[in-house]
Ligand binder design. Structure first.
Ligand code: IMP
Ligand code: MG
Length: 183
């Protein structure tokens, strides 16, 4: 399978178009739910490019956005490890009764979002909490008891880099997304 996808790539043009569409989907969703004020929380480090593009596209809509970050670490190289969350920064915000959108780069096992959701709901009682990921890896076995409402692209189960996604800190600067080639 890995060889079949060796030239896998999502161009910067396709990313830009899809992020624009996503911003519209997000706005329409909140607008139709009579939400005019949104808490936009993005997960550092790897979502920083996607989140900043998405935020700027959302600025075109009539939506009041407060944004903040959460630091999450779950990967060393291409291996998923124990997830470490830093929620301290969020303590200065009152997330009770707020509409929260959690933004991340990629949904793989779902463990990161599960953990983030659990911690947030353990500390706050938001009005609603939704999730947005630029990428979602195909995985029929993913065991999640909640939905990620906004997804940019479904991709095969391969390790990808670029547009903020890294391999040990490398390749974040690429304006496109491609399969990691080692060696
Ligand atoms: P999950 O907890 O398994 O869903 O993994 C999500 C996190 O792992 C993401 O926020 C990414 O930072 C990282 N990750 C998962 N797959 C990849 C990949 O293919 N390339 C780079 N990072 C990845
Ligand atoms: Mg990440």
């Amino acid at each position: 399978m890995s060889d079949f996808y060796k030239n896998f790539k999502i161009s910067s043009k396709d990313i830009d178009l899809r992020v624009k569409e996503l911003s519209q989907e997000i706005y329409e969703f909140y607008n139709s739910n009579n939400v005019s004020s949104l808490y936009f929380i993005f997960l550092l480090t790897s979502s920083f490019i996607f989140a900043s593009d998405l935020l700027r596209k959302l600025s075109l809509y009539d939506l009041k956005i407060k944004s903040d970050v959460m630091v999450v670490k779950s990967y060393i190289g291409t291996q998923s490890t124990e997830i470490k969350l830093n929620l301290d920064d969020l303590e200065r915000n009152d997330l009770n009764n707020k509409a929260i959108l959690i933004v991340d780069d990629i949904l793989d096992t779902g463990n990161t979002l599960k953990q983030v959701r659990k911690e947030l709901l353990g500390r706050f009682t938001p009005k609603m909490i939704h999730f947005c990921c630029l990428l979602k890896k195909t995985d029929d076995l993913r065991n999640m008891d909640f939905k990620v409402q906004f997804i940019g692209f479904e991709i095969p189960k391969i390790f990808v880099v670029g547009y903020g996604l890294d391999y040990n800190g490398l390749y974040r600067e690429l304006p496109y997304i491609k399969k990691l080639k080692l060696g």
